[in-house]
Design a protein around this ligand. Sequence first.
Ligand code: NAP
Length: 239
Amino acid sequence: MAKTNKYALVTGGSRGIGREISLKLGGCGYHVLVNYKSNAAEAEKTLSGIRAAGGDGEALQFDVASGDESTAAIEAWQKAHVGACIEVVVNNAGIRDDVLMMWMEPQQWHSVIGTSLDGFYNVTRPLLKGMLVNIVSLSGIKGLPGQANYAAAKGGVIAATKALAQEVAKKGVTVNAIAPGFVRTDMTADIDEAELRKQIPAGRFCEPAEVADLAMFLISEQASYITGEVISINGGLYT
Ligand code: NAP
């Protein structure tokens, strides 16, 4: 039995940016559904953090890239919680698999697009009543070499954000995207931060908690007139 009737779903909530968003949602009284693909132990760590702060939640395993898995998991949860409404959906799950286009295998194209863009569709469509925050990327605005797959995936979610925002605005539902630059998570663990930060005007990588703060603002009452926007958080790297 949940301690609250405010529910939020964070895809890829087991690690990195998704974990920080889950912790902050838990701290604001949401019962957080922490989705993950395969890392049950990390999802449990997120939940422990939420509970240590007095909140609660549950882990929800499914691969967002799979329509069948996403539908089955969401429908099963809804059947077990009749009348419960997921008020906030954060489409955060994402992967990168960088390679120049000339060497990009079909699987590298499809897995990256599948996770971010199909994942957005698979999770959003059954949960359209919820406030939506989509985690995209600087790469989806500017494009970065070696990331044709990732830039296409994130650029697609940006366009879908703008379209969907106009479809649901009358219902009081906002749909926004956050485009981070470089954030210190497992995803960027292989990047030479010391070298790269010379190019970042702010002189450092972003912390996952800073992205989470922005997400919390976008789902707050104060942001209720902001919709269809893509907000960059990149230390001045590109605006
Ligand atoms: P991360 O630390 O690598 O964590 C990725 C998360 O996504 C994990 O929780 C992972 O679950 C989950 N995930 C991956 N594929 C999934 C799938 N098919 N189904 C369900 N969950 C899946 O990544 P991050 O840096 O926090 O990135 C989060 C989001 O921010 C991504 O969309 C990423 O593209 C975007 N972003 C990141 C940066 C950056 O610099 N880090 C910059 C711009 C945008 P498991 O734990 O089970 O693997």
